[in-house]
Design a protein around this ligand. Structure first.
Ligand SMILES: NC(=O)c1ccc[n+]([C@@H]2O[C@H](COP(=O)([O-])OP(=O)(O)OC[C@H]3O[C@@H](n4cnc5c(N)ncnc54)[C@H](OP(=O)(O)O)[C@@H]3O)[C@@H](O)[C@H]2O)c1
Length: 363
């Protein structure tokens, strides 16, 4: 869209939450060349001012209510810790702006019901930040599976690991508290369960077996107080979906490197994705490597930046096209708030299964 005077309109974004918001959204919208984070708010007015000054974001709001009342924003991002998503989403939705809610939007399927009762306008976009769906390699992988090239997928394995939580000196925070939405089951598991839905479009989870592992069972907060860790830093889940089995594993307490490996075995071939090897598709007649799919950035090809950050740039680009150009089809692969129930039911079942050491059927 071109405004009078020839100025090209840019997307104006406000952040609630300054962790992933600053690490990923701020550079992500800037990288689109058509969007800017223009306002933020953190846990207190002082923290909002400090973070805005450090990052060059022009406006620091003292509260999320003030941010949501800013009529110049196009998009409000709810990127606060999980326990605040609902409260912040209610305000963001009421503003009438488009909304991105961080994953997991709700902490369980029951809580999602409350989110879905919040009224929104028909034209309001409410996207959940499952940004891996916008990753060019994973989009090709999904198309390979859907095309039937590797036959019926009978085995899907996804492994994610990140370094960070192995060290006992990592201070206690909401991440280690199950009741506050902590744990890798929700943090990483929400991505992996969403990828299963994305790659096996239409498949329904029948049965779930899961395990949870705290890795470091006791942590200390900034004041030196001891806390028992109630949330997992690693999890495993085996999902049965019709005639496909998905094996998911994730750890935020790995020792050396970040990995995201996705393997699909089919009755006529296989496909493997990894951050360094990229996508290889093999059938009995040969193999091909997809190393530069359309739209991929050199940082992604050479694995120089986190796959979550580069994938977010693609999501931000698609949202910008939808809002500024009216190209809503750019978001066709996206995961919207209304789509979250199956994934949350699966994550709920992982928790139930881990507590009871039994497989949990889903109806
Ligand atoms: N999609 C992804 O790739 C991805 C990656 C990481 C995280 N996430 C999601 O992003 C969300 C936040 O995680 P995070 O890693 O950013 O957490 P974090 O590192 O703990 O950061 C949370 C930020 O939110 C601020 N905050 C805390 N309470 C707040 C409140 N009541 N109102 C507004 N801001 C508040 C904190 O401010 P202070 O600095 O003042 O404490 C902090 O800057 C979670 O839902 C998580 O699952 C997504």
């Amino acid at each position: 869209m071109t405004l009078r005077g020839g100025t090209r309109r840019r997307l104006r974004v406000g952040l609630i939450g300054t962790g992933v918001g600053v690490r990923t959204y701020l550079p992500g919208f800037a990288a689109t060349g058509r969007g800017d984070v223009v306002a933020l708010c953190g846990s207190s007015p002082r923290r909002s001012r400090e973070v805005a000054a450090a990052t060059g974001v022009p406006t620091a709001y003292g509260s999320y209510q003030e941010l949501c009342a800013d009529p110049t924003l196009d998009v409000i991002c709810v990127a606060s810790p999980n326990e605040y998503h609902y409260e912040h989403y209610v305000a963001a939705a009421a503003s009438g702006r488009h909304v991105i809610v961080e994953k997991p939007a709700a902490n369980c399927a029951e809580e999602l019901t409350k989110f879905l009762e919040v009224p929104t306008a028909p034209e309001q976009i409410v996207l959940v930040d499952h940004q891996l769906r916008f990753n060019p390699y994973l989009r090709v992988l999904r198309d390979v599976v859907a095309s039937g090239e590797i036959g019926r997928p009978y085995h899907l394995r996804i492994h994610q690991q990140g370094v960070g939580l192995l060290a006992p000196e990592v201070p206690y925070s909401w991440r280690f508290d199950e009741l506050r939405g902590g744990g890798v089951r929700l943090a990483m598991g929400s991505h992996l369960v969403d990828l299963v839905e994305f790659l096996l479009a239409g498949a329904r989870v029948d049965t779930v077996f899961g395990t949870l592992e705290p890795v470091v069972p006791v942590r200390y907060d900034a004041a030196g107080r001891e806390h028992r860790v109630t949330a997992d830093s690693a999890f495993t889940a085996v999902l049965r979906l019709g005639d496909t089995t998905a094996v998911l594993s994730a750890s935020a307490a790995a020792a050396t490197e970040n990995l995201l490996d996705v393997d699909v075995l089919g009755t006529a071939g296989e496909a493997h994705f990894s951050l360094t090897g990229k996508l290889r598709v093999s059938t009995t007649t040969g193999s091909r490597v997809v190393d530069r799919p359309a739209g991929v950035d050199p940082d992604e090809v050479h694995n120089r930046v986190s796959v979550f950050k580069t994938s977010f740039v693609h999501l931000a680009r698609a949202l910008t096209e939808a809002v500024l150009d009216g190209r809503h089809e750019a978001l066709a692969v996206g995961s919207f708030l209304r789509d979250q129930r199956p994934g949350l039911r699966t994550l709920d079942a992982v928790l139930r299964s881990a507590r009871t050491s039994t497989a949990v059927p889903l109806d």
